[in-house]
Design a protein around this ligand. Structure first.
Ligand SMILES: C[S@@+](CC[C@H](N)C(=O)[O-])C[C@H]1O[C@@H](n2cnc3c(N)ncnc32)[C@H](O)[C@@H]1O
Length: 270
């Protein structure tokens, strides 16, 4: 089927998806091995009609596009993704920005990324700071399998560990801790497209902040110098209440693109 034809079909059959034509272009780029720019100039290109039909059927069921093409862009890098891991989100790039600033400020040499999922945070930080020694952990062996694929794809060396938060983390000498933990309330009703993602990557407990709070506790109980963590848009007050009482730390919150407080950082000054 020609790209032009597929785009017309997608616009018609996926009228509820604004990006349908653009997704077709990505699908063709993926299957033809040509760049998107090359395809814009050549919309006569053909791919197997069955691939297009499969894409249309899955998108009608609200399967995320990234799972169909097994790819998600993050911080300028292409990550492999499938239903074993969360699809990395653009706002998590802001966590990476903050972690990079702090790593440089502290001359950090080592970092632990818990709840690593696809490895988006850990792999990106290793790419940006090649001298940093990076360990990445997750409670899910499935997620770690995806993260390992990404480390190999990006040609980087990361130490992977299966661990429920800090349970299997025996090394206490990491400079920096990063985390994008699950932080949605268990009772929250999510859109169908999000429900394709692993349950344990999304839901963070009865109030949603249980894993965030356990990660903060782990940070203070161990030798880390700094922590950067993503949270839900309504979790600032809960985190603030925990940090306000503490002495000898510097901390702050950072906003996402919609101006919600979506993450915090802590630096120990002791
Ligand atoms: C929101 S996803 C984040 C994935 C990735 N870091 C990102 O930013 O795209 C949360 C991840 O935490 C993992 N997770 C959930 N509970 C955990 C726990 N108790 N200990 C370690 N990892 C956990 C899930 O398996 C999932 O991969």
């Amino acid at each position: 089927m020609k790209l032009k034809e597929a785009q017309k079909k997608a616009k018609l059959e996926l009228s509820h998806i604004e990006t349908a034509a653009k997704e077709c272009l990505w699908l063709y780029a993926k299957h033809s091995g040509k760049s998107k720019v090359a395809l814009i100039a050549d919309d006569e290109i053909e791919i197997d009609g069955a691939v297009v039909e499969d894409f249309l059927a899955k998108r009608k069921q609200n399967m995320p596009f990234e799972y169909i093409v097994n790819e998600a862009g993050f911080y300028g890098y292409d990550f492999f993704v499938d239903a074993r891991c969360l699809i990395p989100r653009p706002e998590t790039e802001l966590l990476v920005d903050r972690a990079l600033e702090i790593a440089k400020e502290l001359n950090a040499t080592s970092l632990l990324d818990i709840c690593t999922g696809s490895g988006a945070i850990a792999c990106t930080l290793k790419k940006e700071l090649p001298d940093l020694s990076v360990t990445a952990s997750d409670i899910s062996e499935d997620a770690l399998s995806v993260a390992r694929i990404n480390a190999e794809k990006l040609n980087i060396d990361i130490n992977f560990l299966l661990s429920d938060l800090f349970v299997n983390i025996k090394d206490d000498s990491f400079d920096i801790l990063t985390a994008n933990p699950p932080y949605i309330q268990n009772s929250y009703k999510l859109d169908t497209n999000v429900l394709y993602e692993p349950h344990n990557a999304l839901f963070g407990g009865e109030n949603g902040a249980e894993i965030v709070e356990a990660a903060i506790n782990g940070f203070f109980e161990r030798g880390f110098k700094a922590f950067v963590c993503e949270v839900g848009f309504d979790q600032r007050e809960r985190v603030l209440a925990r940090l306000e009482k503490l002495k000898n730390i510097r901390y702050g919150f950072y906003k996402d693109y919609a101006e919600f407080d979506r993450g915090f950082w802590i630096i120990k000054e002791y």
